[in-house]
Design a protein around this ligand. Sequence first.
Ligand SMILES: *Cc1c(COP(=O)(O)O)cnc(C)c1O
Length: 354
Amino acid sequence: MPATPPLRAWAHDAIARIEADFQRSADTHLIPLPLPAFSSRGIDLYLKDESTHPTGSLKHRLARSLFLYALCNGWVREGSTIVESSSGSTAVSEAYFARLLGLPFIAVMPRSTSPEKIAQIEFYGGRCHLVDSATQVYAEARALASQSGGHYMDQFTYAERATDWRGNNNIAESMFSQMARERHPVPRWIVVGAGTGGTSATIGRFVRYQRHATQLCVAEPQGSVFSAYHAGGDATLTGPGSRIEGIGRPRVEPSFIRELVDRMIDVPDAESIAAMRALSALLGRRVGPSTGTNLVGMLTLATQMREAGQSGSLLSLLCDSGERYLPTYHSGDWVERTFGDCAGATRRVAALLA
Ligand SMILES: *Cc1c(COP(=O)(O)O)cnc(C)c1O
């Protein structure tokens, strides 16, 4: 066997460490939602619980993929500073992998990012560089990486291509295999939110590759540009950005692949909050706000299926746990200050669930 070129020895070891970490990990659960108003009509709803990853969200998958992609591209070397623009969850997961590889890590995030996420990034030895608005994170991260001679991970560009869409343990393959013994094993709908757009791209490509009839719906928060981009195709659109952490963007992200999304459902912020609360009560544990947005999307589709006399299954994601948002989305005062009165939305969500 030829000897490993010296420059590559560190990368080989780094990849081996990530693979060993993966080998030690378990898959996330698929939870059936106890909703008799739908199940009695042949409609089953499920959430894949991505909060149980070691770093608490679906971004654990993305961070692993981005590190492997960067290593296999030769973009990251021993001692490289890793820089990322993030709304928080990706940075938490990347800080974990940077620590695993002994690399310095800097997260560039909006000042509004929850203190729990900042604390977690620092817990893993990362540094947080806060900017005033979500639109500033990209240029700032790029500049920091070039100043430090490091690598800008750029999740918003690379999320869609860093994950193997054909399978190889991606989230879509896992969902379909976990559905194998259900009464409707091939879902009629999969509903996700879009932050990078990476998760929707992976699922959209996988269902096409496997030639499933499953349709993909993206649930979209207020202030995001993905809905208008999906409708009209203008990639230069900008907007104020979303107030639901993790999803919705102020610009059209390169990883959001419009052609793969069959339907967009716009969800008012107050309904996302109301659904987050209703689901937390239903499951007996707190979920994050983007999971509330997902639930509104699912309930909208499930209600339409029921009205049309269709049966089938719908899948979505429990993206992260509500423990990350105790002083914010799970604080009544903070919610009222930020979103105003949610009573009307609470009644609408209750009606959807009834
Ligand atoms: C990133 C994120 C999403 C959306 O996932 P993408 O694959 O980036 O589109 C949803 N919820 C939370 C909490 C997230 O952090």
